[in-house]
Ligand binder design. Sequence first.
Ligand code: FE2
Length: 430
Amino acid sequence: MFDLVIRNANLPDGRIGIDIAITGGKIEAVDAGITADAGQVIDAAGRLVSPPFVDPHFHMDATLSLGLPRMNRSGTLLEGIALWGELRPTLTKEALVDRALRYCDLAVSQGLLAIRSHVDTSDPRLVTVEAMLEVRDRVAPYLDLQLVAFPQDGYYRAPDGVPALNRALDMGVGVVGGIPHFERTTADGAASVEALCRIAADRGLPVDMHCDETDDPLSRHVETLAAQTKRFGLEGRVVGSHLTSMHSMDNYYVSKLIPLMAEAKLHAVANPLINIMLQGRHDTYPRRRGMTRVPELLAAGINVGFGHDCVMDPRYSMGSGDMLEVGHMAIHVAQMASIADKQKIFEIVTFGNACAIGLENYGLKKGCNADLVILQASDPVEALRLKANRLTVIRRGKVIAQTAPRVSRLALDGRPAEVDGAAYAPTAAR
Ligand code: FE2
């Protein structure tokens, strides 16, 4: 007797007509024709059932603050950072917690059940850290929230950057962040990478660094990050986030860099929505795309993740907590248009992102956490194309969110009465 059986599911790997049996919050079996009784049965009716979406790069302390204290007029990252600096002294713990909890509600409704958020440590009050630690505890029953100590104004450049970051780690923030390209000099940036990797090694923590988020082809801190990862034995525990300068780098240099990144087992996290919005702002035409070299990184065997980065804050005014929107943009910006490419993109916003943040017991195998999403789509490609409805969201074997199917009623002579966007040709039929 199982607690729950989901019947007739299509899985992201292409298997169809599969049943998923769940007991005690864990997946017990994934197979066709499971016959044992269950306390609850959900008929997936040939729709895609996936592990939940994961966001490996977010700023939960800034989310939903759009318009405070004013709008970003230039739309650039530098004005966004300056604007956040204006807002920061006015932040209260209560407002931060309230906005973050509201964002987590939205995330859950979108089947997004694990988020790694950077938390700004630049204001020595560390009200951001206090607030996000509280949020991490409060959402724990329904969402895994990891926190990164992030020195937005620079580890060395901000007056209290060094002690504040260390204090945040003492308070319980579990990942070491950094922003080497924002330090005063290239040498300071490289020194910050070394110091932060040393802290991570000493404390036994992972590293997730904003790295080379610039169009400057000579911003090469990812090289240092890979080298220090090797030096401190941090292989597999370090994420290079953004890496947008790689877009503009010389090809010969990249031919040396990517193998070094692979050797260090770096994870590379791009943020397609915000990068395409913010990068290339100093260009006239042709205007560069603002994303790192995703197909080339994948071809080298490097784990790639895609983050949302920001939703309605001083740096980015759009966003909806939807990792399918993130993947949809990645398809376009990386020009990953084949069916295999799009399947890979779906894999990235689920498994790749989970791998980047070291999420445990994630997946669709026996023994994994019973965290699942039933989508209004038959396969991953259709899910991305439609940014499909998340019909049912399950956490540890319990339904925690539901959305009604999207079906439009038509009043057209000689045409069907209803149109369901997900009822058009599935990928397999094309
Ligand atoms: Fe970021």
